[in-house]
Design a protein around this ligand. Structure first.
Ligand code: GTP
Ligand code: MG
Length: 302
């Protein structure tokens, strides 16, 4: 995993050798506002999976904070019940260059866990921005977690995040306002149904269940597990499993190509030339698209 995270040539050989052994894990994305209980929920969820003899790989991703040491340490504490169990593997990933870079590094680590034979691979991301949508949408099934009384409950969840949810968990259901949060989610679902053109996952004949959970006690976590299993079955019976796999792999290929093509251009075109193009843009002598064209041409890509 360290090899892969450092992204050297050895990592590529390793991933190439392991790739034929991937494609078996159910990849589950978990996202939601900071502090809503994602890690605690993953912890309870994993304990329940282990009772059913399922092995679980966990990747905790924090794309936003460069100071994630504390958060990751916190995750370790919240997931400490899982320590020492060979059927569980936890890996934390912090910010690593660009968002695209992080998404790719996460995909690589997920592949390793998949190849290692983990039945479930959980990817927990912090926050509800574009970064999280990107990382979470690389999963087969996505749990969006909310907690009552967090800002405006559901308002905290922007469009985009609503749309990638396959299962909603209203966590901290031991607190006031859980029913309110459930109602608000249901209303948003109904609104979504009546809106023409809500493309993407909303359209796939699956109505995301809304499940109340108390992650600290494990209440509702069995329902969450069945909800996810039902979703996995739904993906298989409707052949969407294949289409999601295809979409996931094609996104990954595209991300690798972006990275590689840019890296090769940088190797071929002297930095001074790039600076010169930027100078001309600053002087309003050159527009950005034309500048890009010239850069591509210098690198041999007309
Ligand atoms: N009352 C109550 N507290 C909870 C519940 N689930 C989690 N908590 C508490 O909420 C706090 C945050 O939980 P985390 O699991 O760290 O939340 P998180 O979403 O992973 O947080 P970040 O990773 O920082 O975004 C902790 O103090 C938990 O003990 C719950 O169901 N009920
Ligand atoms: Mg967490």
């Amino acid at each position: 995993m360290t090899l892969v995270e450092n992204n050297g040539p050895d990592a590529r050989l390793l991933l190439a050798a392991l790739f034929p052994h991937t494609g078996n894990a159910h990849i589950i994305g978990v996202t939601g506002p900071p502090g809503c209980g994602k890690s605690t929920l993953v912890n309870s969820f994993t304990k329940l999976c282990r009772k059913g003899e399922l092995t679980v790989g966990i990747v905790a991703v924090d794309p936003t904070s460069p100071f994630s040491g504390g958060a990751l340490l916190g995750d370790r504490i919240r997931m400490r019940d899982l320590a020492g169990d060979p059927g569980v593997f936890i890996r934390s990933m912090a910010t690593r260059g660009s968002l695209g870079g992080l998404a790719l590094a996460t995909a690589d680590v997920v592949q390793l866990l998949d190849a290692a034979g983990f039945d479930r691979v959980i990817v927990e991301t912090v926050g509800v921005g574009q970064a999280e949508v990107e990382v979470a949408s690389a999963a087969h099934s996505v749990i969006v977690v909310v907690a009552p009384g967090m800002g405006d409950d559901v308002q905290a969840i922007k469009a985009g995040v609503m749309e990638i949810a396959d299962v909603f968990a209203v966590n901290k259901a031991d607190r006031d306002g859980a029913d309110h949060a459930v109602l608000a989610l249901r209303m948003m679902q109904d609104l979504g149904k009546n809106t023409i053109g809500t493309a993407g996952r909303a359209d796939d004949g699956w109505e995301p269940p809304i499940i109340k959970t108390v992650a600290t006690t494990g209440e509702g976590v069995a329902e969450l597990l069945s909800g996810l299993d039902a979703h996995r079955m739904h993906l298989h019976t409707t052949k969407q499993y294949e289409s999601r796999e295809r979409a996931r792999l094609s996104r990954e290929l595209e991300a690798i190509l972006q990275q590689e093509v840019l890296a090769r251009l940088r190797e071929r075109v002297p930095t001074a030339q790039l600076e010169d193009l930027v100078d001309q843009m600053v002087a309003r002598e050159l527009d950005p698209y034309t500048a890009a064209q010239r850069y591509l041409a210098s690198g041999g890509l007309e």
